[in-house]
Design a protein around this ligand. Structure first.
Ligand code: PBG
Length: 352
């Protein structure tokens, strides 16, 4: 990251007459600032999240996320063409199923909403990278990220609290759904549930099903964050009881983040995600310094909503603050940014 500093003598810093060292020389004008700029955003950096739902001719605005929509599959092609024309390399898909149940079975239905969306996208844009966010919270009727401990369930475990997310039964379903999404054409599976062992089981399920070419981009470090609020409206996935603190990480823990990342690296992750980005730039930087894998960071729904809300009140400039926030994420060490600003940011960067 930052190289060690030059040694400065006190004489240079506080000279007798006028300053000798003048960093402002490097800020003289736009071109000089361009030449010495350390961090540049490009369209290559962006991964754009899309919400897909059943039905036809639907482009349903998400109230807390201005400019973001839930799309029906028939309306995707036009949106995908727009993203391709903006040179955005990848999208990540979130599905809103028609029916939910205790085990989120729509997530492993080969004709479920995400597999259908993947096929529709690949039909018109075979080279666009399609990432499937792999989690059960959108698909379960209780809104948790896997199977929870319930009295009437075959997995009921008496010595665990009711409502506790059951790790290993959830792993089996994650493996099954990942194969379904990969067979539909997903290039990358991105498990986001913070289930212990998720990367390993997904990797081996893909490998035993001749899907060795499909990568795993793991949400290795995902905090239990209040900044996911608007997303839960967008994906219709709020937990119906309790919260996600027994599987997502405590926002206070930085060392534990490196342990989570280490496990996912050992289990075969190809790329790591840190989420959220905004309040966790120190974590992005630590993961970057520790691992050589590509690192992505998620500028989450709450950050997008905050910037829009403040801008709508005339309190900040949207373009300037959004680009500043994205730059900070890249400067911290992210190679890629999952962001709802992707199309806007490309237009802003290219002055369109
Ligand atoms: C679900 C998932 C969440 C987000 C991405 N995948 C929500 C959650 O964990 O509650 C949040 C994204 C955002 O806030 O933009 N597994």
């Amino acid at each position: 990251m930052f190289a060690t500093q030059d040694d400065l003598s006190s004489e240079q810093i506080t000279p007798k007459s006028s300053p000798i060292l003048r960093p402002r020389r490097m800020r003289l004008n736009t071109n000089l600032r361009r030449m010495v700029r350390e961090t540049n955003l490009t369209p290559d950096d962006f991964i754009y999240p899309l919400f897909v739902r059943h039905g036809s001719d639907i482009q349903q605005p998400i109230r807390s996320m201005p400019g973001q929509y839930q799309w029906s599959v028939d309306r995707l092609p036009a949106e995908i063409k727009r993203l391709v024309s903006l040179n955005i390399p990848a999208v990540i898909l979130f599905g809103i199923p028609e029916v939910k149940d205790a085990c989120g079975s729509e997530n492993y239905n080969p004709n479920g909403i995400v597999p259908r969306a993947i096929r529709a996208i690949k039909d018109i844009a075979p080279d666009l990278i399609v990432i499937s966010d792999m989690c059960f919270c959108e698909y379960t009727d209780h809104g948790h990220c896997g199977i929870v401990n319930q009295l009437d369930d075959e997995h009921f475990t008496p010595h665990l609290p009711t409502g506790y997310l059951l790790n290993d039964p959830t792993l089996e379903l994650l493996a099954k759904a990942s194969v379904v999404h990969a067979e539909a054409g997903a290039d990358i599976i991105a498990p986001s549930g913070m289930i212990d062992g998720m990367v390993g089981v997904i990797r081996s399920a893909l490998d035993t099903n001749q899907l060795q070419h499909v990568s795993v981009m793991s949400y290795a470090v995902k905090f239990a964050s209040g900044f996911y609020g608007p997303f839960r409206e967008a994906a219709e996935s709020p937990p119906q009881f309790g919260d996600r603190h027994s599987y997502q990480m405590d926002p206070a823990n930085g060392r534990e983040a490196l342990k989570e990342a280490a496990l996912d690296v050992a289990e075969g992750a190809d790329m790591l995600i840190v989420k959220p980005a905004l309040a966790y730039l120190d974590i992005i930087s630590a993961v970057r310094r520790t691992y050589n894998l590509p690192i992505a960071a998620y500028q989450v729904s709450g950050k997008y909503a905050m910037l829009h809300a403040a801008a709508a009140n005339g309190w900040i400039e949207l373009e300037r603050c959004a680009l500043e926030s994205l730059t900070s994420i890249k400067r911290a060490g992210a190679d890629m940014i999952l962001t709802y600003f992707a199309p806007d940011a490309v237009r802003w960067l290219e002055g369109k």
